[in-house]
Every structure is written in structure tokens, then in C-alpha cells.
Design a protein around this ligand. Sequence first.
Ligand code: ZN
Length: 142
Amino acid sequence: MDVVEGRPVPTPSPLTEGFWAAAREHRLVIQRCDQCEAYRHYPQPVCPECLSDRWTWTEISGRGVIYTFTVTHQPFHQAWKERTPFAVATIELTEGVRMVSDLPADDVDRVAIGHPVEVFFEDHEIDGTPFTFPRFRLGNDG
Ligand code: ZN
């Protein structure tokens, strides 16, 4: 595992800890409404479609396409200074919801709207605690 120093990391909350726990097992999960079966992401306490507060973490394919992206040349934080330029993309998942991810450095020159992507998992240790980031990378041209 890598040690991530000086890098801001997400703080799991009661609403998001299931997402991060699944990531540690290299599974990508999102919420699915128990009543109308709509997927949603980012985690929300109530279904935006039917207002039900009953939901289940549901493992998804981890596949999708680039919906939109931007390439960052000026880092917003010192921890990313050595990583520029990098791409941040909104991914449209096969399940119909969108998720934001940065892309590996090698993907910056190939990224394009509509390009297929797949999830991968990056294991770190942060202040002695294992932490896994789900990230996306470009797949083969579709
Ligand atoms: Zn619903």
C-alpha cells in the first residue's frame, strides 16, 4: 500500500461508509431504492424519484463512458503539484447514473467524450488506516 501524505481524503459519514467499505473489498456500489429500484449517486438519504428512505447498497458493473471531462494544468492543492496535467471526468455509468473520477496520467492525451471507461481500485494507507479509492481509467476504444 502507498502512504498518502498531505493529501486531502474523504471522511466517511454514516451515509457514505458503506461505499468506502465496499471499495476496500474492490467492489463498486451505489444506492438503489428499495421501492422504485432507481439507482442514485452521490449518496443521499432519500430517493429523488419517489422520496422513499429505504435503499440498499448495490454492486454495479464499474463500466461506463466519459460524459464530460476537464484537464487540470494548475493544481488546486500542493499534493497534486507533481501530477499535472491530469484529467477529471464525469463518468456516465452503464446503470445510468454519473460519478466523478480523475483519470490516470497516461489517459490525459486519449480522453474523449464517449470513450469507454472501467473502474479500478487504488489501495492506500492513510494515517495507519487502509483506504481504497475507486477510480476510472480508459478502456479499449468502443
Ligand atoms: Zn425510489
